[in-house]
Design a protein around this ligand. Structure first.
Ligand code: NAD
Ligand code: TDX
Length: 339
């Protein structure tokens, strides 16, 4: 474990999105002497409502693009650390139009690393287990920090590129970088284009849930609050230049997750549509998070997926104003893709 790093001012890129906003709330609630500056472009996935309850003395919001080098130069002059969540994050969108993924995920990360180098700022890069490609359903193996990179989709290949940039900026320029690769997050404020909120919002709208392919693909689910506590542990205690995998032993196939949603909402568990599979659809993700647990002493709190899912369903039921505005356009996009 490295010496404890205690930042007083941090920049959170993508802090108006799903995981970024949950992280900002976690910091505001748990780290009382830290000020957060959120830098977010407010794309279709960013939503200022995600941050509305936070007071101005704890957080400053800056609307801007991570590709804007001039803006980064100004912001980085007055911070101790950057936690970089901003990205184009949805696989299906990357298949339909990869261009914004290359721009934000690759060029944006490059610009941030350059600003971190110039201002000697600690840099934590948020990434995904998808950079490792996929595992077979009958393979007992899980991803570790030593698994070779083998991304499948335009999204995951741009995330892999950004990880490699971060590694190179550490090795060549000595930027104080750490990297985390996390599995699938669930919880409040996730955009309804993603699997779990899409199905919950479909059911609330009397639209049948949609399952891709044969429904047997496995994802390793983690509650977003556990992702936040892991990122804080890595930012403050992680060794520079190191990668840490984040996961909570939550492997489940899609059909089981869908059955749990339908059952949890009092519906017939077989009342859904099978739709066209995603091109290049990764079969299984699974994380071995031993390094994070043993080296930094991190443990997940939300180990009961059924409970976490129940709370998530309730959040979407209680907050229709948060997601209803995006429903029509999201479903129209899927319909055009046969999904
Ligand atoms: P999201 O799509 O909900 O949010 C992304 C945020 O980034 C939005 O607020 C958006 O406005 C902002 N953004 C996009 N382009 C920007 C730009 N050019 N400049 C500034 N801001 C910009 O994404 P998410 O699901 O919260 O994912 C956050 C991060 O976590 C991503 O880096 C993603 O790769 C990673 N990740 C996600 C998961 C998951 O399950 N969702 C799992 C592992 C890792
Ligand atoms: O309607 C659907 N039906 C369906 O069967 C949708 C939207 C998805 N799926 C399947 C595809 C995947 O096997 O559900 C699984 C999860 O899909 P997504 O929510 O799109 O997530 P995934 O593609 O696994 O990627 C997510 O986890 C890793 C995040 O979106 C990424 O940002 C993160 O890096």
């Amino acid at each position: 474990m490295a010496e404890l790093f205690q930042p007083k001012k941090i920049i959170v890129t993508g802090g108006a999105g799903f995981i970024g906003s949950n992280f900002v709330h976690w910091v505001v609630d748990n780290q009382l002497d830290v000020h957060v500056t959120v830098l977010d472009k407010l794309t279709y996935a960013g939503n200022l409502d995600n941050l509305e309850a936070i007071s101005e003395d704890r957080m400053t919001f800056v609307k801007g693009d991570i590709c804007d080098a001039e803006l980064l130069d100004k912001l980085f002059a007055d911070t101790n650390a950057v936690v970089h969540f901003a990205a184009e994050s949805h696989n299906d969108n990357s298949i339909a139009d990869p261009e914004p993924f290359v721009r934000t995920n690759v060029e944006g990360t490059y610009q941030l690393l350059e600003a971190a180098r110039k201002h000697k700022v600690r840099f934590h890069h948020i990434s995904t287990d998808e950079v490792y490609g996929d595992l077979a359903l009958d393979d007992p193996a899980r991803f570790t920090e030593d698994t070779p990179y083998c991304p499948s989709s335009p999204y995951s290949s741009t995330k892999a590129s950004s990880d490699l940039l971060a590694r190179a900026w550490y090795r060549t320029y000595g930027v104080e970088v750490t990297i985390s690769n996390c599995s699938n997050n669930y919880g409040p404020r996730q955009h309804i284009e993603k699997f779990i909120p899409r199905q919950i919002s479909n059911i609330l709208y009397d639209i049948k849930p949609k399952l891709y392919g044969d429904g047997l693909n496995v994802r390793d689910w983690i509650h977003t609050e556990d992702h936040s506590s892991a990122v804080w542990a890595i930012l403050t205690k992680g060794r520079h230049g190191e990668t840490y995998l984040i996961g909570a032993d939550g492997e489940k196939n899609n059909i089981d997750v869908l059955h749990a949603i339908l059952e949890g909402m009092g519906k017939d568990t077989e009342d859904f549509d099978w739709v066209k599979d995603r091109p290049g659809h990764d079969r299984r993700y699974a994380i071995d998070s031993t390094k994070l647990r043993t080296e930094l002493g991190w443990l997940p709190k939300h180990t009961n997926f059924a409970e976490g899912l129940k709370d998530t369903i309730k959040w979407y039921e209680d907050n229709p104003q948060w997601w209803q505005g995006a429903k029509q356009a999201t479903e129209a996009k899927y319909k055009a893709q046969g999904q």
